[in-house]
Design a protein around this ligand. Structure first.
Ligand SMILES: [Zn+2]
Length: 228
């Protein structure tokens, strides 16, 4: 299978939840101290290695260059924001605001574009594995040219439910199709009490359906934190 970003032979798969997010949330994972995966296909599948387990990766294919060098700045920007959000979630929940200038002082526009591109890669992999009818060209072009994707919006949400066990997961893509093409999709990326809502929307005048999700060029110093 070809890399969906550049068309070269696709030899790697992207972690569905970023490996660094899983590691910092679950700590050391080993055969003796596994985590358990639940999916429609399988319940309580024991996983003893975050890095090596193919079960944690998307079925969509990427070449090594696109999965590593080409997108490493995007991965790093998300890692930085993710750590900040996890470390400060309680304070952020109280104020209801994510102060982006604390994470990316002087470079909010550039770094939030890189964060968006991390989620464009994630979303593109999910579009393929879930068979969502979207032309991938605009997603791959945004990554190749390192430019903001005009139709991908993100927001951060506090998961208000009390978790009985440590939990990380994804919600299925909800899509609205017109003439066989998805014009609106939403899905969430959840690690503990933090969820990232990812919305793809090609419809104009869409403020209501976006529920506060924004693209990087619309973001200011402070982003409001929603509740899931
Ligand atoms: Zn590639």
């Amino acid at each position: 299978m070809e890399c969906w970003i550049c068309g070269q032979p696709g030899t790697t798969g992207e972690h569905l939840i970023k490996a660094s997010d899983l590691k910092s949330y679950f700590g050391t994972v080993s055969q003796q101290k596994p985590i358990y995966q639940n999916s429609e296909a399988r319940k309580n599948l024991s996983i003893g290695s975050i890095k090596a387990s193919s079960k944690l990766k998307s079925a969509a294919r990427l070449c090594a260059k696109c999965n590593n060098q080409r997108t490493s700045a995007h991965d790093k920007a998300w890692s930085k924001l993710s750590s900040y959000l996890q470390d400060n979630l309680r304070t952020i929940s109280k104020s209801g605001e994510v102060k982006l200038d604390k994470v990316f002082p002087g470079s909010i526009a550039r770094d939030m574009k890189l964060v968006q591109l991390f989620f464009v890669k994630h979303f593109g992999c999910r579009v393929i594995s879930d068979g969502v009818p979207i032309n991938l060209e605009s997603l791959s072009q945004a990554i190749l040219n390192e430019t903001e994707h005009p139709n991908v919006y993100i927001s951060f949400l506090n998961v208000s439910a009390q978790l009985k066990h440590k939990y990380a997961g994804l919600t299925p893509i909800k899509a609205v199709n017109i003439n066989g093409v998805s014009v609106f999709c939403s899905c969430a990326y959840i690690v503990g009490n933090l969820a990232v809502n990812i919305i793809y929307c090609t419809v104009e005048n869409n403020q209501k359906v976006l529920k506060g999700a924004k693209k990087p060029s619309e973001m200011n110093k402070a982003l409001s934190l929603g509740v899931l």
